[in-house]
Design a binder for this molecule. Structure first.
Ligand SMILES: Cc1cc2nc3c(=O)[nH]c(=O)nc-3n(C[C@H](O)[C@H](O)[C@H](O)COP(=O)(O)O)c2cc1C
Length: 398
């Protein structure tokens, strides 16, 4: 999770049934180090208790314009970002028309910071021409929007209107809060997860990569303002909200996706566990068990995506971070790979230990730079490793 230490978030909770999800959003913001001030409309107070938000933020919740007469001016002046979650059809209408008839709308009208709204309502309220027009006005006034998503609504109907999940809102908020970085506006391509080598139409040779490291890197780069494309093999980890996601299965698919995506890229991060071996002549029909006694598989080396992209990377000056997963002499082998594959940086992690490398939630990485710098990071969450690696990439870019 990115660090939002010192950032101030104003969370406006309006009276939608999704108000309970905003409790989780507060937890995510607080865990990342942000200070959160909550303002609730009177309808929101009927959905979730003030005490819940007070306990989670450790700060008073504001509901009434008259309790602290200047709070509506100060809160919006001090905040780095205002998030309206859930944003009812009613509050969106009031915001679009510049109303300031309660604590929530007065604070939003006086806010000097960017505003992010997270609409949540019944599908017909969302489709209503009045709401469409209000959304157009808000967008043209520079208000940021996340959601709504399609899915099951509180009343049992299906359609667009669900508030985005707290994790997704958090990521968008973090991107707005982190603001400009060395990666802002640059295209970063990240590969993640395993690739599969088909044996027949239903079976494959694969590996244990979960995609967590690549996904963490894609999210961290996106939060820093980069345009991110994540090229992901089959992973059980949910692809993130924000980056463009290109799904692939085989290393050949990944190679084709890379060729297209690298065209306008500034940075390439190769965190995928690309199959080193593919099956020689996979069967076009399902191999039958009967008569398969003594069946032998012939493997041959798979495509070398770092070699295949080398010319394109060099001609476009794409800063490239590769990964090496090693069991013996990790540093020595990684140094060889760094120069053999024309990489700018290589992150070495060890295979065969449950707390690091493929499939783990944590990782211990040593970063080697083509300029000779070697940095050994401690064992950390992969999200934290991603932040440290991006700090180095940004340094190289500058
Ligand atoms: C149980 C219940 C759930 C509601 N859920 C929503 C909702 O999800 N979205 C919405 O726009 N309005 C919803 N409403 C209607 C709003 O609460 C109503 O429009 C209210 O005036 C909103 O006020 P506010 O925007 O000041 O919070 C709901 C009402 C009730 C009684």
């Amino acid at each position: 999770m990115s660090s939002l230490g010192g950032r101030r978030v104003l969370l406006v909770v309006s009276g939608g049934i999704a108000a309970y999800k905003s409790v989780m959003l507060v937890r995510l913001l607080r865990r990342a180090g942000a200070r959160v001030d909550v303002v609730m409309t009177s309808s929101a107070e009927r959905m979730v208790g003030v005490a819940t938000f007070e306990a989670l933020t450790g700060r008073p919740v504001f509901t009434d314009l008259w309790t602290e007469p200047l709070a509506h001016i100060e809160l919006g002046r001090e905040a780095d970002l205002a998030v309206v979650a859930p944003a009812t059809a009613n509050i969106l209408a009031r915001m679009a028309h510049g109303l300031a008839d309660d604590m929530a709308t007065s604070t939003l009208l006086a806010a000097a910071c960017p505003i992010l709204v997270c609409p949540a309502m019944n599908l017909r309220m969302w489709a209503n021409p009045a709401t469409r027009e209000n959304m157009r006005t808000l967008r043209s006034n520079g208000v940021h929007v996340v959601g709504p998503e399609e899915g099951e609504l509180a009343e049992g109907e299906e359609g667009p209107g669900r508030m985005s999940e707290p994790d997704d809102i958090f990521q968008v908020a973090a991107r707005l809060l982190v603001g400009k970085s060395g990666l802002a506006g640059r295209k970063v391509v990240v590969t993640a997860g395993p690739t599969l080598a088909p044996l027949d139409p239903v079976r494959f040779v694969g590996n244990r990569s979960s995609g967590r490291m690549g996904i963490a890197l894609a999210m961290a780069a996106w939060t820093r303002g980069a345009e991110v494309t994540l090229i992901a093999g089959p992973t059980s980890v949910q692809p993130p909200h924000g980056p463009k996601v290109v799904r692939v299965e085989t290393s050949e698919d990944m190679g084709r996706a890379l060729e297209t995506e690298l065209d306008d890229a500034s940075v390439l991060i190769m965190a995928a566990a690309v199959s080193d071996f593919v099956v020689d002549h996979p069967s076009e029909t399902k191999i039958k068990k009967a008569g398969a006694e003594g069946l032998e598989l012939r493997l041959e080396p798979g495509p070398d995506l770092l070699a295949e992209t080398r010319k394109q990377r060099a001609s476009r000056g794409i800063l490239t971070l590769g990964f090496a997963l090693e069991t013996d002499d990790p540093i020595g082998n990684a140094m060889k790979k760094l120069s053999a594959k024309g990489l700018d940086l290589i992150a070495v992690n060890e295979a065969g230990r449950p707390d690091r490398g493929v499939d783990a939630e944590t990782n211990q990485v040593t970063l080697i730079d083509s300029e000779g710098v070697v940095v050994e990071f401690p064992l950390m969450q992969k999200t934290e490793v991603a932040e440290r690696l991006l700090d180095h990439l940004e340094e190289r870019l500058s």
